[in-house]
Write a protein that binds this ligand. Sequence first.
Ligand code: ADP
Ligand code: MG
Length: 274
Amino acid sequence: MTGVPVPGPGALGAEDVTVVVNGRTLVDRVSLHVAPGEVLALVGPNGAGKSTLLRTFYRVLRPTSGHVLLDGEDVWRMPGKRLAQRLAAVLQETAGDFELTVYEVVAMGRTPHKRAFEGDDAEDRDIIMGSLEELDVAALAQAPFDRLSGGEKQRVLIARALAQRTGTMVLDEPTNHLDLRHQLDALRLVRRVGVTAVIALHDLNLAASFCDRICVLDGGRVVATGTPQAVLTRDLLAEVYRVEAEVSRHPGTGIPQITVVPDARRDGRPVERG
Ligand code: ADP
Ligand code: MG
């Protein structure tokens, strides 16, 4: 892509963050520190509080107590434009209601770098087209965003975050709706651009393959944080997900890989024994 300077990756942290909504504690005293350039997976069952926590990072939801810090600065005290120059988000509720073309959605990523009403220059157009190409959606540039499939929309939203050229990203289930090829491409891209990233993921094997560390949330609390090897154990999967699973290690990389053990009685299919 172009040689536009990119802000360096930031240190992102949650300090004792609690979110209470209507008397319910959705995030409970979460502390989390992500080093510059580190990629951290946020995992946990449905309703664990992953999206709620990520929304506090991108200032959609104010923590009831605690702080979210980017390079030591409280994001809730930063001017919005400055935050948007340094932190990009791919959040789930962004989808829908865009009467814009794909190109225009991705061009929104350039807004934090411009003055009001300033148009896109050649460099912006290069960045926008480069981002569309990276996410394999350049052919859709003139298509209305609303007409795209779920997976295409998701890739456009990642392209928009990429066009924002920030050093830090939060992504809420960015691989949702993506086919395997595009899942791998999206996560490889996050690694390749060298940003600090917090990524909510459901696929634990993808999390283990692409992320430096994994943080497991359950009931709004952090129940484990560490390398995939340290965190993804049989006991943790049984306790947090209530599944019986085998954890093996890839012979070359040592990366843990999870295989759910079929339950012949419940799943209604025979278990091969050999
Ligand atoms: P996850 O992303 O891990 O699946 P969420 O952060 O979306 O979990 O949700 C955590 C819990 O908070 C869920 O039980 C959800 O129903 C609840 N929740 C989320 N948003 C709100 C809200 N605005 N008001 C009340 N409850 C909410
Ligand atoms: Mg969620």
